[in-house]
Design a protein around this ligand. Structure first.
Ligand code: HEC
Length: 245
């Protein structure tokens, strides 16, 4: 399918970080000035036939001396764009001060089995009715194009939109890859659950939602999972979430 343009959004910013209009669709992501920690970017691909799909990358930024470096922690397969992290560490190289201001190195995008499973769970479920892959291997998304603004409100709706692809609509998960939330005794610990939703579980497929959900949204989804499917673990308030951010 012909791509008209790819808008790339960083974290929950409203304005695109970049708009790619010409092949090859390669994004050079410069971590300089970004906060340390986990970030994500969403590539919103607009096809010429009017369809749109989303692919989410997760990347980590860390300080190395005065400069920042980053690496892609999770890249979706079949995404139409390649993302490279700009490595600004070369700035420090004392022997070659006149070297390029930034050295660019290609990031190898590892497609582990877990990555594939995650991707299928993520996009397979979110695809059009039937979960079928659209022609050309691209996945049609029912989500409207646009930016990830923090969600608030209805916990069940948030769960179905953001969590059910991995933990399943009925909370049973897909053990051992995606843990069940139904009848999971670990959910008794409200602080653990809030922190897991805010920060994700680095090194696993559990993504952070701190930037996509506001305090009320986190409280709502936490209250949903702790009280659905026979769970009876009580409720938390947006204020408690705010204290754990
Ligand atoms: C891309 C898949 C994915 C999505 C989407 C996802 N999770 Fe998870 N989640 C995981 C994985 C994998 C783990 C297990 C991490 C580990 O190994 O500790 C996990 C763990 C958890 C845990 C801890 C369970 C335990 O037994 O320790 C909670 C709570 C949780 N997720 C809630 C949520 C909520 C709420 C959402 C939506 C806002 C969500 N998850 C979305 C993959 C996902």
């Amino acid at each position: 399918m012909d791509i008209a343009r790819v808008e790339v959004y960083l974290d929950n910013q409203d304005k695109p970080y970049a708009v790619l209009e010409q092949a090859p669709f390669t994004l050079e992501l410069d971590p300089t000035g970004m906060e340390e920690g986990t970030h994500y970017l969403i590539a919103v691909t607009h096809y010429r036939d009017g369809s749109v799909d989303h692919h989410e990358y997760v990347f980590e930024v860390a300080r190395r001396g005065p400069v920042y470096a980053g690496h892609i922690a999770r890249a979706p397969i079949m995404a139409p764009i390649e993302v490279r992290m700009v490595d600004s560490v070369e700035l420090e190289a004392p022997t070659k001060p006149d070297l390029l201001r930034y050295a660019v190195f290609p990031v190898l995008l590892f497609l582990l089995f877990a990555g594939v499973t995650t991707w299928l769970a993520f996009y397979g479920e979110n695809a059009l009715p039937g979960g079928a892959l659209a022609a050309g291997g691209q996945v049609a998304s029912t989500n409207p194009p646009g930016t990830p603004t923090p969600l608030s409100g209805n916990g069940e709706a948030i769960y179905q939109q953001l969590c059910a692809s991995c933990h399943q609509p009925d909370g049973r998960g897909q053990p051992p890859t995606f843990p069940a939330l139904a009848q999971n005794p670990k959910l008794a610990d409200a602080e653990y659950v809030i922190k897991t939703v805010l920060n994700g579980k680095p090194g696993t497929a559990m993504p952070p939602f701190g930037r996509r959900l506001d305090d009320a949204g986190v409280a709502a989804v936490v209250n949903h999972i702790r009280n659905a499917w026979g769970n009876r673990f009580g409720t938390v308030t947006p204020e408690e979430v705010a204290q754990l951010r």
